[in-house]
Design a protein. Structure first.
Length: 338
């Protein structure tokens, strides 16, 4: 115990000092880290210091990764995830359940079942490494800290990589990748050179007949321009807007189109990684359930790692997988001009 109040006051002042707390934190971290166990299964794992990157992500303009920013995210558990993917229609027509919903008084409603397939996928790691010499860290302390700058750059780099993988990922080509939308959509597909508004309505008609409603169209920049060109040629829109002051604004971007099938608006999302593909889809069911989502085992974080050099190393990492729950409500179009 403390001999007098002076010793107690001294201890309190030391523990309240930010630099002292950081030194204790680093000492504990280094003492508990082992460098020989970096695999998934051992009980004695290396201990990393994780920093949530949500504040950094919020500073990044969503247009950099529009599809990543749009998809719902849920929390994962374990080494892999499993989900049921519905592949049948719900209506009573021959292509659906083939069973009427009417029944006689005193009778029993017909029982039907939907077709599901159980999908499983292991979580995949995405990341970049940051290594900064400690002298560089000290030299940049009074300016823009070099580590903070690299954290922002590498966070964006990982987000861009996730955007690409969410669209084009193929686990049969890269075993460390998860399957993206192009790989997971198998029921509805078509080909075109340039998209038109009427052509998109035709694709939406297919989704509508399967029980869904197209809400989003993922396209590349060339196809975004194609839609603008087509609508201008048809006289639907004008490229030049003249204000009351006589100032003219030239050119345009089509952000939404109206489906002639459902009358609902379809949001156009332009991603640099769509390439020669486009995807028309329903992100949520009429009941508000997610039809596609990202499941995160490890959210996007910065983790400091032990080193034996005069440097500070860290990883910008996440572990995630893409889950497509209602595949017939997604339509992919290939062969597009880029």
């Amino acid at each position: 115990m403390f001999k007098n109040t002076k010793e107690l006051d001294l201890l309190k002042s030391v523990l309240n000092d930010e630099q002292t707390i950081q030194m204790v934190h680093e000492a504990i971290r280094k003492a508990t880290v082992t460098t020989g166990t970096y695999t998934f299964s051992p009980a004695t794992r290396s201990i990393f210091v994780a920093e949530n990157l949500d504040p950094v992500i919020k500073l990044i303009v969503p247009t950099a990764t529009p599809i990543r920013s749009l998809l719902p995210r849920t929390t994962g558990r374990g080494q892999a995830t499993a989900w049921k993917q519905m592949s049948s229609r719900l209506d009573p027509q021959a292509g659906g359940t083939g069973s009427l919903v009417s029944f006689a008084d005193g009778g029993t409603p017909n029982e039907t079942s939907q077709t599901y397939s159980v999908k499983t996928a292991a979580y995949k790691l995405l990341g970049r490494k940051i290594s900064v010499g400690l002298m560089h860290v000290a030299a940049s302390r009074d300016h823009v800290p070099v580590e903070d700058e690299l954290t922002r750059i590498k966070t964006l780099e990982v987000m861009l990589g996730e955007e690409d993988m969410t669209i084009n990922g193929d686990s049969s080509v890269d075993t460390n990748a998860y399957d993206g939308l192009i790989k997971q959509i198998t029921t509805n597909s078509g080909t075109a050179s340039l998209l038109t508004a009427s052509g998109i309505s035709v694709y939406d008609e297919t989704i509508f007949n399967n029980g869904g409603v197209g809400t989003h169209l993922f396209i590349g920049p060339r196809q975004s321009r194609s839609l603008a060109d087509e609508l201008q040629a048809g006289g639907s829109i004008q490229r030049i807007i003249v204000s009351d002051q006589g100032a003219a604004t030239s050119y345009l971007k089509v952000s939404k189109i109206v489906s002639s099938t459902t009358g609902s608006t379809i949001d156009i999302v332009v991603s640099r990684y769509m390439g020669a593909w486009a995807i028309l889809c329903s992100l949520k069911s009429p009941a508000g359930e997610n039809l596609v989502e990202m499941e995160d085992l490890i959210p996007l974080v910065k983790m400091d790692v032990p080193v034996t050099t005069f440097a500070k190393d860290s990883f910008i990492v996440e572990a995630a997988v893409l889950k497509l729950m209602a595949e017939p409500w997604f339509y992919k179009i290939g062969g597009l001009a880029v």
